[in-house]
Unconditional design. Structure first.
Length: 223
């Protein structure tokens, strides 16, 4: 059962969402402000965080940026009737917010969206998992939005050598088999000091792996 944390300083709104999600079979928890949400985050360990935008002390975008830092695979949605659109778009572009939804919401549409996003989240978890077994010097980040899944890996202190980049690419593409995904088409590019593998997966989803590459390795990636 997926866990959903609802964050809204309007109790009536939060409780209406809570009832909807409980009917849909989710394990839901309520927080009536961002600081309460952060206290709940580690205890409740949500798969999804749905937050209002304008709240005392911290915006929803700021809260979800912190959620992303602490729980990178948690889905992060803004649900608001009034928001700073520029801030929301910036947060979406930076991968801190997966989706922005407006109030009032449609119960059926929201339930269908959550189901779809959670399926994508399982996909991203399978793609990201191999990098969690990498050496401690390799850090990785997972980003999910409506149409793309991105895994960014970097090595602490220095870029990857060609051999390291090839090995990580092999691990990444191999993980798609384990997750029952099929790469429809893939493109390997090298530019601006990094190597990028982009693939279409299924009908409308794109996955990407980005690796910074050391300068002397540029131009020597295998065909």
């Amino acid at each position: 059962m997926a866990k959903v944390l609802l964050v809204d300083d309007e109790p009536m709104v939060a409780k209406a969402l809570y009832r909807l999600l409980r009917r849909e079979g989710y394990d839901a928890a309520l927080a009536f402000g961002p600081h309460e949400a952060l206290e709940l985050l580690e205890r409740f360990e949500p798969d999804v965080v749905i937050s209002d935008f304008r709240m005392p002390g911290m915006t929803g975008a700021e809260l979800l940026a912190e959620v992303h830092r602490r729980r990178p695979l948690a889905l992060r949605l803004i649900l608001s009737g009034c928001a700073d659109l520029a801030s929301v778009l910036s947060s979406i572009n930076e991968g801190e917010v997966c989706r922005f939804l407006t109030k009032p919401w449609d119960d059926a549409a929201l339930a269908a969206l959550l189901k779809s996003l959670l399926e994508q989240r399982e996909l991203l978890a399978a793609l990201w998992r191999p990098f969690q077994g990498s050496e401690a010097s390799v850090a990785s980040e997972a980003v999910q939005s409506e149409s793309k899944l991105v895994v960014r890996a970097r090595r602490q202190g220095m870029p990857f050598t060609t051999a390291e980049a090839v090995a990580l690419l092999a691990r990444f593409t191999g993980s798609t088999v384990d997750s029952s995904m099929r790469i429809v088409g893939g493109l390997l590019e090298q530019h601006a000091g990094k190597v990028t593998f982009v693939a279409e997966v299924g009908a409308d989803q794109r996955l990407t792996l980005e690796l910074p590459l050391e300068a002397k390795a540029e131009g020597r990636m295998p065909k």
